[in-house]
Design a protein around this ligand. Sequence first.
Ligand SMILES: Nc1nc2c(ncn2[C@@H]2O[C@H](COP(=O)(O)OP(=O)(O)OP(=O)(O)O)[C@@H](O)[C@H]2O)c(=O)[nH]1
Ligand SMILES: [Mg+2]
Length: 346
Amino acid sequence: MATDSRPPEAWAALAVSPPVAVVGLGGAGSEAVQDLVSLGIPGVRALAINSDAKHLLRMSVEERILIGTRELRGRGSGGDRTSVLRAAEDGREEILRRLAPFEIVFLLAGLGGGTGSALLPFFVRELRKTDTLPVPVAFLPFQVELETNQGRRENVEATIGELEEMGGLLLALANEKLRRFESLPIQRVFHVRNAYLHSLVSSLVDMVENPSQLNVDLASLKNHLREAGLSTLLVGEHHISEPERLVQQAISDSLLDYHLSEGPSALVHLDGGANLTLRTLDRVLRTVRQRFGEPQHLVFGTRVRPEPRDVVRLTAVIGGLRPRSVRDALRPAGPGDDADALLLAR
Ligand SMILES: Nc1nc2c(ncn2[C@@H]2O[C@H](COP(=O)(O)OP(=O)(O)OP(=O)(O)O)[C@@H](O)[C@H]2O)c(=O)[nH]1
Ligand SMILES: [Mg+2]
């Protein structure tokens, strides 16, 4: 076994903060990234990639990349995935070179248009060939968009089909689940969803960057997520006296209707104060295990702040959901849909 006999200061170089990037693909993805930046994501690099020059110019994201200037002339694709794919091939080397330094890259896209829908599976496939872990986040369009626009529906189905075929992690967030906020202005509604994502990005960075007593190292975190399959995100905050309610509430607020498959997986992160006890953690984990039928892989981490706090915040990625549930999210629930499966998050 080779050992490193250098003084500990020299090891510090190996423990530098994990570089995480959030990358918006197409219009909706870029807007989501911009919103994440506005919520504050210290230490996380933000990029926006689009085929629409006008839209990209409006973005205040630190790195912006225009693709397809030759074919699409900076005008967006108008829903044409095929020409976006050609453009992506042209820009592949340059974009991958820029993404190479990062350990974890969130790829955000609203499905239905041409740009985000084509680039999401493209870069997931490319990054999976490297050491960088891609975390694809797909925003599923509102039902009304799918009912009134056949082209959008076809783009969504093609993209989901490709991502499912590839397997591995896919985080799907359904816009339809945001209807419960329908009295809010539209941008505010998307902001609610982006706040969920913000919580996930911050928790992941936290887990590996702020070592605490219950810390998850970067390698195990990446391995866990790599295998998670179709996943949903749970986020919630509640008084520390009721850890069970914290989990229940996060489940009922989740942004995807889903069915559980055999052996789901769970990544659980708790953010609390100095008074966060092992008992509270235990009650949270026990509730997660009860609700998700004994996840086969459970990884957890905590962030304990120096001062006591009344509330504890939960962020969890529940993986191993049934692939067909993404398609279910694309049509209204009918009678008997849930009969064969445990359906949560309603
Ligand atoms: N503008 C916006 N649209 C969103 C958001 N979240 C989801 N969407 C939906 O995202 C889908 C894709 O739209 P765009 O992102 O504009 O499409 P695009 O990827 O830029 O593709 P093209 O413009 O066709 O090249 C649509 O169904 C939108 O309704 C959001 O935060 N902002
Ligand atoms: Mg666009």
